[in-house]
Write a protein that binds this ligand. Structure first.
Ligand SMILES: Cc1ncc(COP(=O)(O)O)c(C=O)c1O
Length: 388
């Protein structure tokens, strides 16, 4: 089989859709500041507001005004935690309840609040990466200010029971935030059904540009700006509008909404084909994440007796782009905090690969990757001193 270039890292980022790219290039001609009152400014602003309505529609938000454009998921999440900082200092509730498997931008924002004296609970998850509802109930009480649980995990794809988690937060009178960065555009998201007070989105995960995202805040939910300055976004997020990014986000959101069912059915079939192919051709693998409540495009596999970075680099030599579950932290290779939280030991966590499929993935690509992975794992295992 000839060498191909196969991108299977769509959870890291997605390519810009050609339609989105074309619309953004056209929009570059409308160079006006969307806050200017003259005709060109008003025209630019109308495009921003149309994009806002489109993003709101994608997530079932009735009130587009409560969709605040930001620079991405990290900023949206930090805006929620900064809001809690102000609320907690002014009021009696200060408890923060989140999970051990959040993205670093939530984990580190929660650790910041902890350092500021807020009591923070990092919930465990079960072997599939699901929050344990009994532990959640036991951790939430009259002092809880915020429950923050990601909708879908970026490494293993596990999707949480949002309505149940929201119910627990609401019953205690706490705010509920969800980082839905990986869910939006991949599965149906409805802010009302999920009962979120705050929800985070990022455009570059849904075939739009990088550097733009949004925070949904339920009408009436308090919000403090992270970036103070002008009156843009009702004063919740200052700074001149990123016209092209926002326009691209709106179009990407509309396309994702129109194609959601077809996309998820197609990519799920490809993911399952890949999973079955790997399980059939490589002995002793472990598929991580929930078997059903999981993103349709995500496949995380542990290969005992092989090391993740070595697998990644061997796949890269074959033109295949994937991620390990581990992050390179200050020069030392840390095993994935997500896999560790699911009970996978450090050794196995080190030997894990995330394949994330997308709109452009084909059956031929899946078969190509499956054909390459077996020999690579066999070679690495033959060199390994670890018994498995
Ligand atoms: C779950 C999750 N949250 C937040 C982020 C950060 O989003 P952004 O890159 O837009 O800051 C990511 C991106 O990797 C993510 O996967």
């Amino acid at each position: 089989m000839e060498r191909r270039l196969v991108y299977m890292d769509y959870n890291a980022t997605t390519p810009l859709r050609p339609e989105v790219k074309a619309a953004m290039i056209e929009d570059l001609e409308v160079f006006a500041n969307a806050s200017s009152m003259h005709e060109a400014g008003r025209r630019a602003r109308a495009r921003v507001e149309e994009a806002r309505a489109r993003v709101a529609r994608l997530v079932g938000a009735d009130d587009p005004e409560r969709v605040i454009f930001t620079s991405g998921g990290s900023e949206s999440n930090n805006t929620v935690f900064a809001t809690m900082f102000h609320l907690g200092r002014a009021g009696s509730r200060r408890g923060i309840v989140t999970t051990k498997i959040e993205h670093p931008c939530v984990l580190n924002a929660a650790k910041w609040l902890e350092a500021e004296g807020f009591p923070v609970t990092f919930l465990d998850v079960d072997e599939y990466g699901m929050v344990r509802l009994d532990q959640l109930r036991a951790s939430v009480g009259p002092d809880t200010l915020l429950v923050s649980v990601m909708a879908a995990n970026n490494e293993i794809g596990t999707i949480q029971d949002m309505a149940a988690i929201s119910g627990v937060a609401k019953a205690a009178g706490a705010f509920f935030h969800s980082d839905a960065t990986q869910a939006v555009g991949k599965v149906r998201v409805d802010v009302r059904e999920w009962g979120v007070d705050y929800m985070t989105m990022s455009c570059h995960k849904l075939y739009g540009p990088k550097g733009v995202g949004a925070l949904y805040a339920r009408p009436g939910a308090p919000l403090e700006p992270l970036i103070r300055g002008g009156h843009q976004e009702h004063g919740f997020r200052a700074g001149t509008y990123n016209n092209q990014g926002i326009l691209g986000f709106g179009l990407a959101a509309d396309l994702a909404r129109a194609e959601l069912d077809e996309y998820s059915a197609r990519v799920r079939a490809l993911r399952n084909r890949m999973r079955d192919g790997i399980v059939a051709s490589v002995p002793k693998v472990r598929v991580n994440g929930h078997p059903e409540s999981v993103l349709p495009n995500t496949l995380n596999v542990s290969f005992p007796g092989a090391e993740g970075e070595a697998i990644l680099l061997s796949l890269d030599l074959e033109g295949i782009r994937v991620s390990t579950g581990s992050a390179c932290a200050s020069g030392s290779l840390e095993p994935s905090h997500v896999l560790l939280a699911t009970g996978v030991g450090p050794e196995l966590a080190h030997g894990s690969i995330r394949f994330s499929l997308g709109r452009d993935t084909t059956e031929a690509e899946v078969d190509y990757v499956v054909s390459k992975i077996g020999p690579i794992i066999a070679r690495l295992r033959a060199m390994s001193t670890v018994s498995y």
